[in-house]
Design a protein around this ligand. Sequence first.
Ligand code: ATP
Ligand code: MG
Length: 433
Amino acid sequence: MTIEPKRISRAEHPISRSLLSSAALRTLYTLKDAGYEAYMVGGGVRDILAGFTPKDFDVATNAHPEQVKPLFRSCRLIGRRFVICHVRFGGEVIETTTFRGAISDSHERDETGRILSDNEYGTLETDAFRRDFTVNALYYDISDFSIVDFCGGLEDLDAKVIRLIGEPEARYREDPVRMLRAVRIANKLGFEIAEDSALPIPRLAHLLGEIPPARLFDEVIKILQSKEAVANYESLAHFGLFAQLFPETDRLCETQDHADDFVSLALANTADRIDNELPVSPAFLYGALLWPPVWARYQALMRREGCTPAMAMQQAADEVLARAVGRVAIPKRFSLPMREIWLLQTRFDQQSPGRARRLMTHPRFRAAYDFLLLRAEVGEVDTALATWWTEAQNGLDLNVGGDDDPDDDASAPRKRRRRRGGRNRRSAPAAAE
Ligand code: ATP
Ligand code: MG
């Protein structure tokens, strides 16, 4: 069956070549000049039409990967099942995919409906119906600058709606990550998820359990390390998706306001930093997302006989991380600094000038201090503690905070800090070092 697409001409839409990166243009023209069809598709078209600046540009073509590769100086073929070409110009990568073939019963699937084998090429039309949302299936044709729409994406863009192409449940079963993509793209554009596309999500959220943890790690970064982090978190929680990603945190956030406040605040902080073009780190983000269970476990361990803060934090970190990575794989380069941020939290209680000076030279001090500020803001620790550390960094009198302890000054840097809050800690805090 061939469907006649809607086509709008250059005069009827706002996409012009000047809005594309030179890498995207070169990819499109190189393919066209070699006699192939070439289209910009996906987020590039969608974002420009919705009034946003695209994050990257994707290209679709009828050229097969082995035909694409020789056309470019730098082109890597990625993936085994369905090969994608990464065409590189300087720092920019243009993901170039060959039109996918129609999905059929012959596609190998797992028992939940997820497609396992996917290696047939197709036409522009079959490719359109393989994409996830109608607004992601709009093609900008480099041969005449028109936009081609097979799936009603233009109408949905006008109506500000994210709608799955085809039967929603089947499309989520094919690839459950589409549930996360729906949330992310809707919040990014300020769109609604169409009712029929939103309805099955809570029921199918558990299918995220089928997704390889490494892929979920990437998706979590995209969705929560973003300007829309707070709205995304709220949507994920609303649809029962957050519980699939971070079950322990989710349970605590459901029952404890301050856990929920902490996660929300950490995400708002991340979004602000992105807005202000400050660096953000997955270690800090994941550290915050897993902090509620770490803190709960830490507190439980501290009630045990003979447990020092450092030991309790180490153990809490180990336990929570071991469970978490089964869902969302956190690469070591992030989980190590993340643990350091957690462990440093136990050392902030040691308000002595000598310790403070040493702690401030720790490579993870700044991140751990920012973490402490968030904890203070939600009332998990005393604001006086955060203030003490703020002032300590300003090089002010390091006696501040230790004002009623005459020995706790620069001349006695190794003195043990007086216990705060009467919490019963049985061993020497020096074990934290
Ligand atoms: P952004 O790049 O802004 O995150 P995007 O929609 O371009 O958004 P990409 O991951 O770059 O996202 O994907 C490019 C296009 O590939 C999408 O617009 C969509 O057409 C298609 N696509 C991506 N992921 C899927 C998926 N899981 N199922 C079906 N189609 C997908
Ligand atoms: Mg993209």
